[in-house]
Design a protein around this ligand. Sequence first.
Ligand SMILES: C[S@@+](CC[C@H](N)C(=O)[O-])C[C@H]1O[C@@H](n2cnc3c(N)ncnc32)[C@H](O)[C@@H]1O
Length: 363
Amino acid sequence: MNESCDVIHYVNVTKEKNAYLKGSLINMEVSSNSAVYHQEYLSNEKVISNKGLKNEFSTTEFYSYGAEFDASVSLALYAKNIGIANMLSFFDPHSTVLDVLGGSGQIRRAYDQYISQSNVPLNIITGDIEPDMINRALDFGIDAMVLDACNLYEIEDDCYEGAILAYGFHHIPTVSRLSAIAEAIRITKRGGKVLIHDGIKGSSTDKTTKVTVDKYGKCPHVYDHPTRKELKKYLSSLKCQSYTEYDIFDPQVFLCNSSEEALKLFTTYYIQHYGLPTYFPQNLLTSEVGAVFSNHKWAFDEIGSLHLGSAWVQGKPYAYQPYLGKVDDDLLMRMRVSKDRDLSHLEHAMVVPRYAKLFVVEV
Ligand SMILES: C[S@@+](CC[C@H](N)C(=O)[O-])C[C@H]1O[C@@H](n2cnc3c(N)ncnc32)[C@H](O)[C@@H]1O
C-alpha cells in the first residue's frame, strides 16, 4: 500500500451501529487512491466479482465516470423516488437494511431527504464494491462500506432485517448472481426481507440503456439484464420458501419550472448517469429514447398482474410514453417531494416511464 496516500477508514460502520462486521476489517486502513485500493480489494481471494474488469464507477481511470454518475444522482436525487418508495415500503419501521449495490448512497439519501415520514425511520447502510463510491457516500455523512455483493465475507449471518439488490443487479456477472442472492439471504435475519430489483431483459428499462449506455457510453454494459426466468431459477435453487414477484412503476422524473428546463435536466442527467459524451445532442437523446417507447412491445412480464402502482398510473399520460409537461399533484405526492419546499413549486416534468421487476423474498 502506498504510504504517501492519505489514509482513510473505508468502513465507518461499526459493530455498535449494527453492521456486524467480522472483527479484523473494521479498523483496516486503506489508501484513498481508489484505483490502488480497488486492485487490492479485488486481488483478495475472497472477492469473486468483476475480477480483471474495469470498474466504470471509479473516478481515477480514464474510462470511468464515477464522478459524473454521482453528480447526476445529486442533480435529481428524487428522480427514482417512486420506485425507491415502493421498495422500501416492504420493510418494517426501524429495520436496519443493507443496500448492497448502493453506489454513493442514492437510496439512503433519497429516503432521508424525501421518503421517510416516520419517527421510526429505516436505517439504510450503503455498500458498494467501488471505494470511490463509498468515499462519496461517507462524504454525505451516511454509513457506508466497501463490499463485494457476491461474497459478503465481512458480514456475519442473520444480522440485518433486510438487504437490497437494486439499480445495478445487471452489473453482477451472470455466473455470480446466484451467490449475490444467496449472500443477501445469508446476512438477513429470519423474518427479514431481501429485495431483488432490476429491469428485466427486453424491458423498456433494458432498451433505454441499450440505446444510451451501450450505444454511446464510454462503458457499455458487460452483462445482460437478468431474465425473469433466470431470477426465478435462482430463487428456486435456493429453495426460497416464500417470495412474491411484482412489477413496479419505476420512472425517472425530472422536475423544473418549465418543460424546456425539464428536458435539459433529463439530458444532463442521462449524459452524466450513463457516461455519454459530454456534449451529447439533446435531440439525438430524445429520438433514441423516444423510439424505444414507440417501438416497444410491452411484455406481460413488464406490466404483470401484481403491478404495484398500476391502479393510479394507468390512464396517465406518462404510463407508457415519455412525458413532457405539467405534473399532477398525485405524481408529486407519490414522489414524496410535495413536502419539500424547494421542489413543490416545480410544475413541469420530464417522465421516463420505466418499469422494474421486484422479487421480495421472505427470509
Ligand atoms: C448503476 S450503479 C447504481 C448505484 C446506486 N444503487 C444508485 O442507484 O445510485 C451500480 C453500482 O453497483 C456497484 N457494483 C457492481 N458490482 C458490484 C459488486 N459485486 N458488489 C457491490 N457493488 C457492486 C457499482 O460499483 C455501482 O456503484
